[in-house]
Structures are given as C-alpha cells and as structure tokens.
Design a protein around this ligand. Structure first.
Ligand code: NAP
Length: 241
C-alpha cells in the first residue's frame, strides 16, 4: 500500500511545496487547510500536475476538526505513515524590536503557542494510533533555527539578532516535544524529528529570504525517510538545540 501523509497548512508556502514533493515521490498526500477556498485552489494545482492528493479541512486549534480528520483517515486509509506538522504563525513578522521578550503581550504569546505548540501536540497525540499502524511512521515537526537556544545565546550568530519571543519560544517548546516524543516512542516504528527549512520566501518568511519554497521543503521531505529519531535537522545536517 502507498505511503499516506498528512501535511498541515498545505494551502501555500512550505506546506504546499512539501505536499507537492511528497506526492511526486509516490506518497498519497492529505493537504490540510483551514480555509476551504485557499485549500481547494492549492489542491487543484497539484491535481492538474497529476498528483495523488486529497484536500481536508483543518483549523489546527479546532479539536472537533482534528477528531473528524482522525476518523476520516482511519476509515479511508486505516493508517498514517507521515505527519508533517507544518502549520505555523509568527505575529507581526518583523524580526527585530517587535514582540521581544521585554514587551510581548500575553495574548500574542498565547495565540502563538496555541497554533505552534499546544494544537500541534494535541493533533500529534490524536494521530499516534494511526501512525502506530504504519510500518515506518514519521513525524516531522517544522521548527526554526530561531528556536535554538544555542543559536539565540550566541551573539556571534547572525540569527541571534532575530528575537520575536513568542515565535522563537514556541519553536523551542516544539523542539522539546520532538526530543520527549522521540524518547517515548523509541521502541516503536515511529521516528520524530524537528526540521529547520532554512529562511524561505513565503508569507511568513518574507520577500528578502534567500531560499525558494522547493528548496525549503526538502528538509521535511527527506525527514519523511529518516532512519534516526530525536534530531533537529536542516538539509541533512544536525542543528544544535
Ligand atoms: P506561510 O506561507 O505563512 O504558511 C503557513 C501555513 O500555516 C498556511 O497554510 C496557513 O494557513 C497555516 N496556518 C496558520 N495558522 C493555522 C491554523 N490555526 N490552522 C491551520 N493552518 C494554519 O508560512 P511558511 O513559511 O510556509 O511556514 C510553514 C512552517 O515553516 C511554519 O511552521 C514556520 O514557522 C516554518 N518556518 C518557516 C521559515 C521561513 O523562512 N519561511 C523558516 C523557518 C521555519 P492560512 O493560509 O489559512 O493562513
């Protein structure tokens, strides 16, 4: 049976490109989108490219939608091989001066953690029974080098000047989830890793990013075949937590 993958936030940016590349390699991809119109547009693009994709509704903070999706995957495919936790937000966008640890508002922290961390943990836990039915389950948590405390505390790093606290801390927490879940699942067929896609031209990454989405999606796609677990990776290279 073909590999079945779920990519969250697949209607644009890195999620759309990750869905495309996984499908091109022969995986059946469930593209989740919270917005029906944007999702359908993205889905139709990939369908026209001859790819095996399905569009599914998912606002990641909506538990009822997550539950409905678990049921749908179970009854249609009976398993899940790859979960790409890609959906994410960064408030404000501006990398410096805005939303620093000194001034960030509680509601910004809460909303960012809701999407980038709490929902992701809950969704992953709900998908685990389906991932356990796969011979080689893979969970890819799309993180960011900005969540690396090693990098953030190194003043010589070019990334350490970029400190939107809510976003960075949510990715640090996500990395912790990767380490802890990988340990919890070490005796199963499931491997769990964090991906840093690079700085990529998307709505979130902005226009000045040096990489295009096809390049940025490669790390997640490669991690869907990983034979290791509990690592933080960019382009095949390990990153410090
Ligand atoms: P993007 O183009 O802004 O796409 C983000 C995706 O997440 C969209 O599909 C968006 O849906 C979806 N999303 C946001 N909140 C959601 C929610 N509550 N429920 C469901 N879907 C939701 O950004 P991107 O650059 O492709 O980002 C993808 C991932 O890569 C994120 O986790 C980001 O942190 C990570 N990342 C990006 C970069 C970069 O340079 N671009 C670098 C490091 C890490 P809508 O279209 O409905 O908003």
């Amino acid at each position: 049976m073909k590999r079945i993958a779920l990519v969250t936030g697949a209607n644009k940016g890195l999620g759309l490109e990750t869905a495309r590349q996984l499908a091109k390699e022969g995986t059946t991809v469930l593209m989740s989108s919270r917005n029906k119109e944007r999702g359908t547009e993205a889905f139709q693009k990939l369908k026209e490219e001859g790819l095996d994709v399905e569009i599914v509704q998912l606002e990641v903070t909506n538990e009822a939608e997550v539950d409905a999706l678990v049921k749908h995957i179970d009854s249609t495919y009976g398993k899940l091989d790859v979960l790409v936790n890609n959906a994410g937000i960064m408030h404000g966008g501006e990398p410096t001066g805005v939303n620093t640890a000194e001034i960030v508002k509680a509601e910004v922290l809460k909303e960012t953690f809701d999407v980038n961390f709490f929902s992701l943990v809950s969704l992953t836990q709900k998908m685990l029974p389906l991932l356990k039915k796969s011979d080689s389950g893979r969970i890819i948590n799309v993180s960011s080098i900005l969540g690396s405390n090693t990098v953030q505390s190194d003043e010589t790093s070019p990334w350490s000047g970029i400190k939107p606290f809510a976003y960075n801390a949510s990715k640090t927490a996500l990395n912790s989830f990767t380490v802890h879940l990988a340990a919890a699942l070490k005796d199963t067929n499931i491997k769990v890793n964090s991906a840093h896609p690079g700085w990529v031209k998307t709505e979130l990454g902005g226009k000045n990013a040096p990489l295009e989405a096809p390049e940025g999606a490669k790390t997640s796609v490669n991690l869907s075949y990983a034979d290791f677990t509990g690592k933080f990776v960019h382009n095949g290279e390990e990153i410090a937590w």
